[in-house]
Design a protein around this ligand. Structure first.
Ligand SMILES: NC(=O)c1ccc[n+]([C@@H]2O[C@H](COP(=O)([O-])OP(=O)(O)OC[C@H]3O[C@@H](n4cnc5c(N)ncnc54)[C@H](OP(=O)(O)O)[C@@H]3O)[C@@H](O)[C@H]2O)c1
Length: 380
């Protein structure tokens, strides 16, 4: 069998965790639907709310949305514009203005699905060339983070890590309108969540810790699983956003809880990725046809669709474009290992996995799919 050592590609969806409260939403409405629908009507079949009474409850409840410039709405007697993002009673409508900061693999796909769902989307990315193509999908491409969030009902951050989020939001905060919702979907540390939530409170935003499960393909298909935690009284307002980017929203108690579950889920995903990579490299080293191994486990409790997908990417030389890049996976592995250390557990696999990703990146595979952990089994 030919060695797979030349390879990259696409992954299937990441494993979905179970959680205390989770629902599946009904089929997505037509992408062009812009009819104003009360967010309260989403509750039974859509996302579920946590029970509130959280210290994170944002003081400004619904009804804060001022006349909506991007929606071109007409001021009503109560001073709230008709049009996108606001209703006569001040509650948010189904279509909103969303400022998306970060249009990498995940952010670009999420922005496109927000556009398909009829939202007004303003995007910004540090490297302008990654944001520019979204103009063709109908997004307003902003020259700065501040311009992207101006007039936004919802700010969505999908950046590399916590430092990047803080850096970008420092510039954006002065332009965010009071009472806007901040959906923070970047995978960050638990300490970052605390810091970002404090920053949000300082600047008058309602903060939602909202990491996602699923990679490029589910992101492009609007099939992510959103893990969300934030002020209970505004959760319904986010249903149109979460329904646009995902097929399932799992609400958790308060900021931090969503990221904790995300890190646990990623611990599993990364361990599986390395297990597949090492098993493939060992098979090759021992002269065992990998297909013999896959046949051996087929249909039994050791079989695993994710393993087959990742091994397939390496063997099929489909590691580019990445679904989840090696460098991003290394960042996540280090977040997991650090979370374990801080909470008194040794996570040897996470530590070793981070090191495999580091070596693979050093060998020039940093932008490839994380299945390129395979290369870390070899000296070059
Ligand atoms: N890919 C997945 O399967 C997946 C799944 C779930 C969650 N996530 C998480 O989602 C986040 C984004 O992942 P991704 O795969 O979309 O990564 P990506 O394609 O590498 O995108 C990262 C984004 O962050 C920006 N960025 C990085 N450092 C920055 C800085 N200092 N200032 C401003 N912008 C900065 C990048 O801008 P440039 O274009 O200028 O570099 C890019 O827009 C990560 O936290 C990742 O862990 C990823």
């Amino acid at each position: 069998m030919a060695s797979a050592r030349s390879s990259a590609g696409r992954t299937g969806p990441a494993a979905e965790p179970s959680a205390r409260r989770s629902t599946r939403r009904p089929p997505r409405p037509p992408a062009s639907a812009t009819t104003a629908v009360s967010t309260s009507s989403f509750s039974p079949g859509g996302t579920t709310s946590s029970d509130g009474s959280t210290p994170w409850a944002f003081p400004a409840a619904r009804g804060l949305f001022p006349p909506h410039a991007a929606g071109g709405g007409t001021p009503c007697a109560n001073g709230v514009a008709e049009g996108r993002g606001a209703r006569q009673d001040g509650r948010m409508t189904e279509t909103l203005t969303v400022g998306v900061l970060g249009t990498g693999i995940m952010g670009a796909a999420m922005a496109r699905n927000l556009l398909k769902a009829g939202h007004t989307v303003r995007v910004w990315n540090r490297s302008a060339d990654k944001a520019a193509p979204l103009a063709g999908d109908g997004a307003v491409v902003a020259p700065s983070a501040a311009e992207a969030v101006r007039d936004a009902d919802v700010v969505l951050t999908m950046l590399y890590d916590g430092d990047a989020v803080r850096e970008v939001m420092r510039e954006a905060f002065p332009a965010v309108k009071p009472g806007a919702l901040w959906v923070q979907s970047t995978t960050v540390s638990l300490e970052d969540v605390d810091r970002l939530a404090a920053d949000a409170a300082e600047h008058g935003l309602a903060f939602y810790d909202a990491p996602v499960l699923g990679t490029r393909q589910p992101a492009e298909a609007g099939q992510l699983t959103v893990l969300a935690a934030g002020p209970a009284e505004r959760q319904d307002d986010l249903t149109p956003v979460f329904d646009a980017v995902g097929s399932r929203t799992v609400w958790l108690d308060q900021p931090g809880a969503a990221t904790r579950l995300k890190l646990v889920a990623n611990s599993w995903v990364l361990a599986l990725t390395h297990a597949g990579a090492e098993t493939l490299s060992l098979a090759e080293a021992l002269g065992v046809d990998p297909d013999k191994f896959l046949e051996l486990i087929q249909g039994g409790p050791l079989d695993n669709a994710y393993l087959r997908t990742k091994v397939g990417l390496v063997r099929g030389d489909q590691l580019s474009p990445a679904s989840f890049a090696v460098t991003t996976a290394e960042k996540d592995a280090r977040l997991i290992a650090e979370a374990g250390r801080r909470h008194g557990v040794r996570l040897d696999l996470a530590e070793a996995g981070a090191e495999r990703f580091r070596r693979a990146a050093e060998q020039g595979h940093g932008d490839k799919d994380m299945a390129a952990s395979y290369y870390a089994s070899f000296d070059k």
